[in-house]
Design a protein around this ligand. Structure first.
Ligand code: MRU
Length: 388
């Protein structure tokens, strides 16, 4: 996590060393490194990835998770694929297989396929075999840089919304509810939903975050809480079922969540439970914003509810819970041994429950014309700054 301008505010833990969620170390070109998000907040560990298989498993098992960083990992996976080639390998067959394999590991977040295909396009037949690794690495680093820049601008654009509420609250804390982890761990830096929060905090605008635990893998309780703690941002952990009650009692000023894929009609796919928060916000007239880089917009899907594939994961993630006891991480069963469970990883929030979208190109209301402009701005490079 870095900061938005002031050099010494957000130095991290562990000897206040500065970290991103995934990175490439020139001194070790055969390795891609990332923070192990499965061991947080109990243990801070950095993992080395040396192969396509390593990256595939890390994404599948959610050692690396969150749409933008899954994309970056996929792009680095293509770089590692170029390093796995031998003199007898058919380069383009090998790369096509690696791309198909990496894209297959998780279906909902568009960033994975988007990033892998971005690198594949760069590795076209005109690139001599000896340059494939350099081109793949350059493309992966470009994706990281763009995502980082996007998240920084999401913070700057989203800050205006928080400042407006802060003025209305006469400088009493702005109470923000968020679901899952759409923080810097899920991106490269800054985060999406968290980026305006960090910037507001840096500018001494009082904020307080309600953090949904986010069952079954507790990305909120483990990762968002840990990030906010590192940054010194006040937060309160709540069960996933608490948000509606807080909203009914005027304890939430705004809901800000991330997105894994946003359809042309404005529907968003995000962590399971997001839809229920949108319903409660709508019922209580509380603004519900989705913070996302335009890399997460999917122009090929018209309607989210019918078009976006929702990942179904191992039911054991539901029937067990993982925590720490006597210094060791343990998973325990929380139901009868024979309990049947299903585990949908995401849900779709229809556009009608969304107030607007905070992107790097500006803020767009959840109305047809504005949403079309948001998709147009994704490709034509325009933007709109931060009119709210
Ligand atoms: O299953 P996960 O942890 O990868 O789900 C992540 C989310 O739903 C995030 O909110 C989303 O990826 C946005 S991250 C900026």
């Amino acid at each position: 996590m870095s900061n938005f301008g002031n050099a010494n505010i957000y130095l991290m833990f562990a000897g206040d060393k500065y970290y991103k969620s995934i990175w490439f170390d020139e001194s070790d070109p055969g390795i891609v490194r990332a923070i192990d998000q499965k061991r947080l907040p109990f243990f801070f560990e950095i993992l080395d990835f040396r192969s396509v298989e390593d990256i595939f498993n890390a994404i599948k098992e959610m050692t690396i998770r969150g749409a933008p960083v899954i994309g970056a990992a996929g792009a680095f996976g293509m770089y590692l694929a170029t390093l796995e080639m031998t003199s007898t390998t058919n380069p383009h067959k090998h790369l096509e297989n690696a791309a198909r394999y990496l894209i297959s590991c998780r279906p909902t977040a568009i960033n994975l396929a988007w990033a892998v295909n971005y690198v594949m396009k760069k590795l076209d037949k005109n690139v001599p075999a000896e340059s494939l690794s350099a081109v793949a690495l350059e493309s992966a680093l470009e994706i990281c840089k763009n995502e980082e820049e996007s998240c920084k601008n999401i913070g700057i654009n989203g800050l205006k919304i928080i400042e407006k509420i802060s003025r209305k609250n006469k400088n009493e804390p702005v109470n923000i509810l968020t679901h899952c982890n759409a923080g810097w761990l899920a991106c490269i830096d800054y985060g999406t939903a968290t980026a305006p929060v960090y910037l507001a905090h840096e500018k001494d605008i009082p904020v307080h975050v309600w953090v949904d635990e986010t069952r079954p893998l507790n990305q909120g309780a483990r990762l968002t809480a840990w990030e906010l703690e590192q940054a010194g941002v006040p937060y309160t952990l709540v069960t996933d079922n608490t948000g509606g009650h807080l909203m009914q009692h005027g304890m939430v000023d705004i809901v800000i969540v991330g997105s894994d894929r946003t359809a042309r009609n404005g529907d968003i796919a995000n962590k399971i439970g997001t839809y229920l928060k949108a319903l409660a916000a709508f019922d209580n007239n509380i603004p519900f914003y989705c913070a996302l880089p335009t890399s997460t917009l999917d122009p090929d899907i018209e309607d989210g509810l019918s078009g976006i594939t929702v990942e179904e994961r191992d039911p054991e993630e539901v029937t067990t819970i993982t925590g720490i006891t006597e210094g060791k991480m343990e998973s325990v069963r929380i139901c009868p041994e024979k309990a049947r469970a299903v585990n949908y990883g995401f849900d779709i929030t229809p556009v009608k429950y969304i107030t607007g979208y905070i992107t790097e190109k500006g803020i767009y209301k959840a109305e047809d014309k504005e949403i079309s402009k948001m998709f147009a701005d994704k490709t034509n490079g325009n933007g709109r700054g931060s009119k709210i």
